[in-house]
Design a protein around this ligand. Structure first.
Ligand code: ASP
Length: 427
């Protein structure tokens, strides 16, 4: 390959993927893309998912054990959780302000509403059923895995995070009593380094993987151009509102926080984040993007491994600013479209429930809309309302995942900076 930074190659893959998917769809060849090109994207995504769970385990155990001091761990954990919750609440509020300003949904005609609800009603019912299976109390209790190996095998990130934290703390305590414990800690460190080495290898095919994923998404969306045109006409305002609000949060909140609370120049941060953002956009999964987020934050921003290995896996699991923001906008849009506008009290309720729902959202594609059902229920809107927006959920999932990942990286940078753990000489 000629010398060009990796993110440019990924961007080229992304643009070519969109173009290819578009041309294929326009020529009625969507099925061909889905049959032969999509698997290449899935393969790439599987490679990333393959390393996500071991990476969280090894790096978190190594990270916690290397902190070697439980008060520091408590401090870093406290700051991270505080910032994660605070930024999510601000994101949802921004979403609500923007959606109230533009007011999409109010003009949706009765006929379009009926059409969308009947076309997507079945899927909406299935998603609503999935959501009714998750209670918030149950989720909290489930953070503690009864079988950590089951948690690892099932990819239950929050459970893996919990177990890794406990193991890291136990190793630190043991190292004061039993000679040789440091060797075990070293093994975890080396395994975590080995996984990062694997990320380097996997990322070599990122442009091809991103090309295939994007071609598949666009070919799928464009299967029926007439229907796509209709959808954009009726839901374009809603989609635009989500995207504008996501941008506002990124450009105003993260930029201000970085400027006020760190010495990291915004341009350096923004540049370092591009590969992770492109991957988040293509994969719609913060969990699959995590290995690259960790690498970008360490190598590009200069955040010390001590912080990144702990704060980022935690963030990928519980911090979803983009998802919370989207849930707020979607709830108001659905309310407007159904002619049931929400009052201030109900909108404040959304800030609370969307924050909780975003924490409970798994970092994989399409779960944000399932958890939206909980938000709708809380404010007395019919859960079938998600049928209105299901058709365009994938592109919005791609966008909100970018913000989810950027939010994790912002918090990791702020926490590291407050601990004096940001190197100045990062690329
Ligand atoms: N796809 C999102 C993520 O992985 C979650 C969601 O909003 O559906 O971050």
């Amino acid at each position: 390959m000629p010398k060009l930074a990796m993110h440019w190659w990924i961007l080229i893959g992304l643009v070519l993927g969109v173009a290819y998917g578009y041309v294929a769809a326009a020529n009625g060849a969507s099925e061909h893309v889905l049959a032969y090109i999509k698997p290449v994207g899935t393969l790439f995504l599987n490679l990333l998912k393959m390393i996500a769970v071991p990476l969280v385990l090894f790096s978190l155990v190594a990270g916690v054990a290397s902190l070697n001091d439980s008060s520091k761990l408590g401090r870093i954990g406290g700051k991270s959780i505080g910032l994660y919750l605070g930024t999510t609440a601000v994101a949802i509020t921004i979403g609500l302000v923007v959606v109230n300003f533009f007011g999409p949904g109010a003009g949706l005609s009765e006929a379009t509403r009926e059409k969308l609800m009947s076309a997507y009603g079945d899927t909406a019912t299935k998603k609503a059923a999935a959501a009714s299976e998750v209670s918030i109390v149950e989720q909290l209790v489930n953070i503690v895995p009864t079988n950590p190996f089951g948690a690892l095998a099932g990819g239950q990130m929050l459970q893996v995070v919990f177990f890794a934290l406990m193991l890291g703390i136990a190793l630190t305590r043991l190292s004061r009593k039993v000679e040789g414990t440091t060797h075990v800690i070293k093994v975890f460190q080396l395994l975590s380094d080995a996984i990062i080495e694997m990320v380097q290898l996997i990322m070599k095919i990122a442009p091809v993987g991103v090309f295939a994923m994007l071609a598949a998404v666009v070919a799928d969306l464009g299967k029926d151009p007439a229907q796509l045109g209709d959808l954009l006409a009726s839901l374009g305002g809603y989609m635009g509102t989500v995207v504008i609000a996501l941008f506002v949060h990124y450009l105003v909140v993260y930029t201000a926080l970085l400027k006020l609370l760190t010495n990291v120049p915004w341009s350096k941060f923004a540049k370092a984040m591009v590969p992770a953002q492109l991957l988040a956009f293509s994969s719609s999964s913060s969990a699959a993007t995590l290995p690259v987020t960790i690498k970008s934050v360490e190598d590009g921003v200069g955040v010390d491994e001590e912080v990144s290995s702990f704060v980022l896996p935690l963030g990928a699991t519980i911090n979803m600013d983009g998802t919370g923001l989207y849930q707020g906008v979607a709830a108001v849009f659905i309310a407007n479209a159904l002619g049931m506008p929400l009052d201030l009290g109900q909108q404040l309720m959304i800030v609370l429930t969307a924050a909780l729902a975003s924490i409970g959202t798994a970092a994989v594609p399409g779960v944000g809309i399932v958890m939206l059902v909980i938000v709708l229920k809380q404010v007395g809107l019919p859960e079938a309302g998600i049928g209105l927006i299901l058709a365009v959920d994938r592109p919005l999932d791609m966008c909100r995942t970018v913000l989810n990942v950027t939010g994790d990286a912002t918090v990791a940078t702020i926490v590291a900076s407050s601990e004096g753990l940001v190197k100045d000489d990062a690329a």
